[in-house]
Design a protein around this ligand. Structure first.
Ligand SMILES: [Zn+2]
Length: 264
């Protein structure tokens, strides 16, 4: 019997168990990841809001300080208006006065607008912070649930991965390459036994000459229809035990569960 093919077929069995194990964890790992990303993005948004608030506050302070200066200047120009000797001087002071008043007016309006904007931003920031703490609490809960699920399957996963590692070393790279390419594309089944002369994966007939070559378990062939590696029955029996009738694989557990639901 070809050892590489035997170990390849065993490897597939281990990989199927690993697939089932990961599936048994359900959507929880994905959900926890998504929640973590949302929390991160919420934190970033809050940081941005806080930066905006600080910037707005500092600009508003600057404008207020400028206004204090402007008010002093305007007052000074007003009193100077009465001390001028010539019309030209009067016009110059008036121009300065009006310019100062205009800037004071614009600045005061800006400070007022910034005040409203700041108030809104601070409310938004508070709300976002409150939401963040709720999101963090939900994430903690989901992570705890996930940790429990992982703890239940962790030991089994380690065992399977160790077996996998051992098997991979005993498979010829040539076989492994086909396996790695075909398995993801074919629902996790890359190696199938020949059953009653047909491919155990797609149930198309294997040419008679090739079928005969598989008999001793020394060779494999690649199904010309589905691309899976077809092995001879001796290998399948060595790994799976007694030959089974050609059927589609069904998940018995799901069927049992459904039955129970109907009974209730
Ligand atoms: Zn096939």
């Amino acid at each position: 019997m070809n050892d590489s093919l035997l170990h390849l077929y065993e490897l597939q069995k281990v990989d199927r168990q690993l697939d089932d194990l990961i599936e048994s964890r359900g959507e929880l790992p994905d959900r926890v990841n998504a929640m973590r990303q949302q929390v991160d993005s919420q934190r970033e948004q809050i940081e941005q809001m806080r930066r905006d608030i600080r910037e707005l506050e500092s600009r508003s302070r600057e404008l207020s300080a400028e206004n204090t200066d402007l008010r002093e200047k305007v007052d000074r120009y007003k009193s100077q208006q009465f001390d001028v000797k010539t019309t030209r001087e009067y016009d110059a002071i008036t121009f300065q006065l009006e310019d100062g008043q205009r800037r004071l007016h614009t600045n005061t309006e800006s400070v007022g607008r910034m005040g409203i904007e700041l108030e809104q931003l601070k409310m938004d920031e508070q709300e976002a912070t409150q939401n963040l703490s709720e999101m963090e609490r939900d994430l903690d809960e989901a992570q705890t649930a996930l940790n429990e699920v992982l703890a239940e399957t962790e030991h089994e996963e380690k065992d399977l991965l160790a077996r996998r590692e051992g098997l991979v070393k005993q498979v010829q790279p040539f076989h492994l390459t086909i396996y790695n390419r075909v398995r993801p594309a074919k629902g996790g089944i890359a190696v199938v036994p020949i059953k009653n002369g047909v491919c155990g994966g797609c149930f198309n007939a294997v040419p008679r000459r090739l079928a005969l070559e598989l008999k001793k378990g020394e060779k494999h062939t690649v199904c010309e229809y589905c691309g899976r590696i077809i092995i001879g029955e001796p290998i399948a029996i060595a790994v799976d035990g007694e030959p089974q009738p050609v059927t589609y694989e069904v998940d018995n557990e799901d069927f049992e569960e459904n039955d129970n639901e109907f009974e209730e």
